[in-house]
Design a protein around this ligand. Sequence first.
Ligand SMILES: [Zn+2]
Length: 344
Amino acid sequence: MILDLFICGPGYGETIICRWEEEGRLHAGVIDCYGPNYGLTVYDWLLELEISQLEFLCVTHPHLDHIYNAYWVLELLEGSVSQLWWWGGLTPDAYIVFCDKLAAACGGGEGRLRSRAESVRRLFIEIARQEQKFGIPLVRTSARIKQLYPIPQTTNPVLKITAFSPWDDSLMRFTKEVVSSIRVGGKATSDESLANLACIGLLLQYGNAQVVLGSDIEASNWNSLPDAFTSSLRPCVVKVSHHGSQNGTCAGMWSMSGFLCNQQPQSPIAVITPWHNVLPDEKVIKQIVGSGSTVFVTGQKNTNGRGRPWLSYVHVQVDGDQGTARVVEKSANVVVYEPVPPLS
Ligand SMILES: [Zn+2]
């Protein structure tokens, strides 16, 4: 049994597709969606991968690099997305007002914030429209540790997905900021990083294999994870959180005995998507390779120095029987950092 994971990060933005076979047909889901060209970049790629319907679309948090044009993709897949997962905490309307205020507070010249407000607003409008027309997507939010897939829960699911973030304190810190900016006279600050506190982190369990998708989770949410959860982690793949920033890690996480490695004979494959030219942080890459993991960084400059294509990805095949994973394909501008010390 094989689960295909396609982790795309062109230099700014992140889109993850997972695809597996169940009852003789392909199933698929998308985690975060950065879709330039009216979402066609993502939509056309899905069709190329023979995916025309989704079990779920997960938008982990309201940052442009994770939700840009997700509404267009939802519209292109009209009536074919079964579930929509988002971060919750407040109503969609509250986040629409917040994003609008944020865009206004930062001045008309901030195209990125305007796009963010627009992407959040139109996503929620599109969800409501399709819910009314087709009865789907089923909308779900996350909090603490919560099984999101499958629904209805079956005793022996092929793929089980559990959200492990956001946690109360972090989510409340973000929602408090949102609420205070919405109040009359309130003003949104330009501290965009607060939205990372609302991030949904996902654990995929596929047979004997585990995959951790870290979104842009920062230390406060990592530190909230209960021991019973972290001690059971044995991931063979980790999508490194927050584009490989130091904020995206917590103490000891990336070490042989840290909870992402847990003394496994084979440390997990680590994939990093970059953020502009700022992230990943070299120190984080060093920590990860030091734990015995191979690191794949997408979206690096091609040697010819020309622009970076949108489709810069790593294709990982996860073997559910063996509980292992291997990279079977990667774009030309993916840079690989070998483990230090190398595994024998
Ligand atoms: Zn991000």
